[in-house]
Design a protein around this ligand. Structure first.
Ligand SMILES: C[S@@+](CC[C@H](N)C(=O)[O-])C[C@H]1O[C@@H](n2cnc3c(N)ncnc32)[C@H](O)[C@@H]1O
Length: 290
């Protein structure tokens, strides 16, 4: 049996297990990244099992955040899954969050068509330039998993502003970054600049200009300063190394007016003391860079 036939059968097996659609797009770089990890070199079955179980774990993680932090439980709401890729997480959202109306968004036009056709979600095209993302829609929650982890300093704050503009007042912006634990475990020998930012022009997305999408590592203070510049974001929750055991999680609430946000520098002091790390139900620790 050739590799692609074997992969197809394995995808069907694990998709059945998770009750999701088995189809993988040939340009799904995340899938390629996982199956070529040295960890899985001699075991394709484990790699494919991981792709499906990790997508489920992220969807479940999001559900816990919506319920426990955003106070959205079993009620209809709209969610923008920004930088969704080819649906590693999207395929699980309908099972895990049935009341949530999902719109997915990515830079790859092929991903948009794939998400619409295979998963039946609304999907919208993104743009390499943050200010050129164009939609009239606003969402209760904007979720960007492992997107800021790849943005250069030139667009990081601008993306924060753009994504914040897509949130309804009172809604939430949920995202992850590579932080200090990512640096310690996976992205060693990096030097932060004076603002607490590091960027390397290299990534798993082979068709995106590496100066626009690489590997970014940021200190929490950098994120808080960027959020302060946006002016309408109030930090609701921060947890270091929350996702995959290394990416930092940020949950910001969009305030009704720019003046009602928390004092981010005070929040920064609390970050150091772990004040915001108040929930402890996270059990998964997957030591993998994504
Ligand atoms: C590391 S992947 C994360 C995918 C997905 N969020 C997950 O965790 O499974 C980063 C994604 O960002 C997307 N991306 C890169 N630049 C983008 C942009 N300007 N707008 C939207 N998506 C972008 C890539 O195509 C890729 O799918």
């Amino acid at each position: 049996m050739n590799d692609s036939k074997e992969d197809e059968l394995l995808c069907q097996k694990f998709a059945q297990q998770w009750r999701v659609i088995p189809v993988i797009h040939p340009m799904d770089y995340l899938f390629q990244f996982v199956i070529h990890l040295p960890l899985y070199q001699s075991n394709r079955e484990q790699a494919i099992a991981y792709y499906f179980s990790d997508g489920f774990a992220s969807a479940e993680n999001l559900r816990l955040i919506l319920e426990g932090i955003c106070g959205i439980r079993n009620r209809a709401c709209t969610l923008l899954e920004f930088a969704s890729g080819y649906g590693c997480v999207t395929r699980h959202l309908q099972n895990v969050l049935p009341a949530v109306k999902v719109t997915s968004c990515d830079i790859h036009p092929e991903a948009i068509t794939f998400l619409q056709n295979e998963f039946g979600v609304d999907a919208m095209q993104s743009h390499a330039v943050p200010e050129q993302v164009s939609t009239d829609k606003r969402f209760d929650v904007v979720f960007a998993l492992s997107f800021f982890s790849h943005m250069p300093k030139t667009t990081f704050s601008r993306w924060l502003k753009t994504l914040s503009s897509l949130v309804v007042p009172g809604g939430f912006l949920v995202f992850t970054t590579h932080g200090l634990t990512s640096k310690r475990l996976h992205i060693k020998n990096t030097e932060f600049d004076k603002d607490g930012f590091f960027f390397l022009s290299s990534s798993e997305q082979k068709d995106i200009n590496p100066s626009e999408y690489g590997c970014a590592v940021v200190q929490p203070l950098f994120v808080l300063h960027a959020a302060k510049q946006v002016g309408e974001l109030s930090l609701t929750y921060f947890r270091e190394a929350h996702w995959w055991g290394h990416q930092d999680l940020y949950v910001f609430q969009k305030t009704a007016s720019p003046d009602t946000g928390v004092n981010h520098l005070a929040a920064a002091k609390n970050l150091k003391t772990g004040f915001f790390s108040k929930l402890s139900y996270w059990s998964r620790k997957l030591h993998m860079q994504k």
